[in-house]
Structure formats: structure tokens, C-alpha cells
Design a protein. Structure first.
Length: 246
């Protein structure tokens, strides 16, 4: 009985043993560097929203605009340049092929290498066991993901757009009463600032709070596809080996 495994046992074992982080990028995506990325993201968003408020209220002239622009640069540079360079160097150092696409770390070559690693691990299991795992995996992949935040997000979107619309309408009404270049600049500044603030809030909601719920679900589906892909290729290799023996 001890040797018997459920689908979840197989799948969790695969995730622990054959994840990209463990095989190809143990340094690039270590826990320490992942925490650093999260901290950098939080600091960037806080500075961006602070800059937006300064821009709306016209404190320190256009300092808020500069803070918004400059605050996002470290995060973008770190993710799209430093992290990519580190990942590609790690692949090269360990003798693995580097993806042709600069913005992607996954490739067919790396998936094939992972399949070959897993091939020896799954030798002890029959083809029937592998096929059953593939069938269960496909069923779970096709199962829809329910979004419990739909009503809340629609309300927030409606409330945000309505608030921005009312605010801009009041500014335009005030501008019509006394039209000046200074008043026009104020309306434009406030409108841009409100839109940016709403965008920053939406970004934080989607990529932090909402993602905390969905990240595990989407990551699980992605890993399920990878698990099924690897098992299908293991079956293919074993069928070829079986044919050669005939």
C-alpha cells in the first residue's frame, strides 16, 4: 500500500523534482531573489502613486511626473535586462541551450531535456499508469477556473470610471465659467493624474491581491500541461524502444 500513489502524488512529485527553477534556474529564481523582486515591485508602486498625487496636486512643480517615470525604471531594468542576462548565463554555464527569444526562458529544447531527465525516473511505472495520469491531467486542464471577484471588479471599474467622469465634468464646468490657460492646464493635469492613479490601483489589484488567489491556480494549470507533455513524450520514447526490440 505504501508504494501506491494517487494522481496528486505523481503530480506534486513531478513539480518538486522537475520544475524549471530546480533544474535550470536554481540561482536566478532562488527564494532570496524572488523576495527581492517582490519588495522592488511594492516600492515601485508606492513611489509611482506618490508621484501621481504630487502631480495631481502640483506640489514641487513637475516633480511628481519625474518620480513616476524614474520609479518604474529600476523594476523594468531588473526584470527585462538583469534577470534575463542572469538566466541566460546560468543556462550557458550548465551547458543548456539558451532560448532564441530574449524575453522567454522556456523553449522546446529545455522541455525535451526535462523529458529525458524524467524518462529514467518513470521507468518503474507501466504505460497504463502513465496513460491514466495523462487522462486525469487533461481533465483537470480543461476544467474552468471560476473568478469569485467578477462582481467586485465590475463594481470597482464602474465606480472608478464614474468618479473620474464626475471629477472631470466638474473641472470642465469650472473651466467654462472662467476660461484661462492656467485653468485648462489644471483640468488636463487633474484628468491625467486621476487616470494614472486609477491605472496604478488597478495594476496593484491585479498583480498583487488578485494574483495571490489566482497565481496558484494558473501556475497549477501550467504545470499540469507540462506534466502531461512530459508523460506523453515518455510514452513516445518507450513505444519506440518497444518497437526496436521486435
Amino acid at each position: 500500500m505504501k508504494n501506491k500513489k494517487t494522481f496528486n502524488d505523481f503530480f506534486n512529485e513531478f513539480r518538486r523534482t522537475f520544475s524549471d527553477t530546480i533544474i535550470f534556474f536554481p540561482e536566478t529564481f532562488s527564494d532570496k531573489r524572488t523576495r527581492f523582486t517582490l519588495i522592488l515591485f511594492v516600492i515601485t508602486m508606492l513611489l509611482f502613486m506618490l508621484g501621481d498625487l504630487l502631480y495631481i496636486l502640483k506640489i514641487w512643480n513637475d516633480a511628481g511626473l519625474y518620480i513616476m517615470c524614474v520609479s518604474t525604471l529600476p523594476l523594468l531594468i531588473y526584470i527585462f535586462i538583469f534577470q534575463n542576462i542572469r538566466a541566460r548565463k546560468e543556462l550557458k554555464r550548465n551547458g543548456y541551450p539558451r532560448p532564441k527569444n530574449w524575453l522567454k526562458w522556456e523553449s522546446e529544447e529545455l522541455r525535451d531535456i526535462k523529458t529525458k531527465f524524467a524518462y529514467t525516473e518513470y521507468k518503474v511505472y507501466s504505460m497504463a499508469v502513465l496513460k491514466t495520469n495523462i487522462e486525469i491531467g487533461k481533465d483537470l486542464i480543461n476544467a474552468p477556473i471560476k473568478n469569485p471577484f467578477v462582481s467586485l471588479e465590475k463594481f470597482m471599474e464602474y465606480f472608478g470610471k464614474t468618479l473620474i467622469g464626475i471629477f472631470i465634468a466638474l473641472l470642465v464646468f469650472n473651466l467654462n465659467k472662467e476660461f484661462t490657460d492656467k485653468g485648462l492646464k489644471l483640468v488636463v493635469r487633474m484628468a491625467i493624474g486621476m487616470v494614472l492613479f486609477y491605472g496604478a490601483f488597478s495594476f496593484i489589484w491585479i498583480y498583487m491581491f488578485r494574483r495571490m488567489y489566482f497565481d496558484k491556480l494558473y501556475t497549477r494549470k501550467k504545470r499540469l500541461k507540462e506534466f502531461v507533455y512530459v508523460l506523453q513524450n515518455i510514452l513516445l520514447l518507450r513505444l519506440q524502444k518497444k518497437e526496436r526490440k521486435k
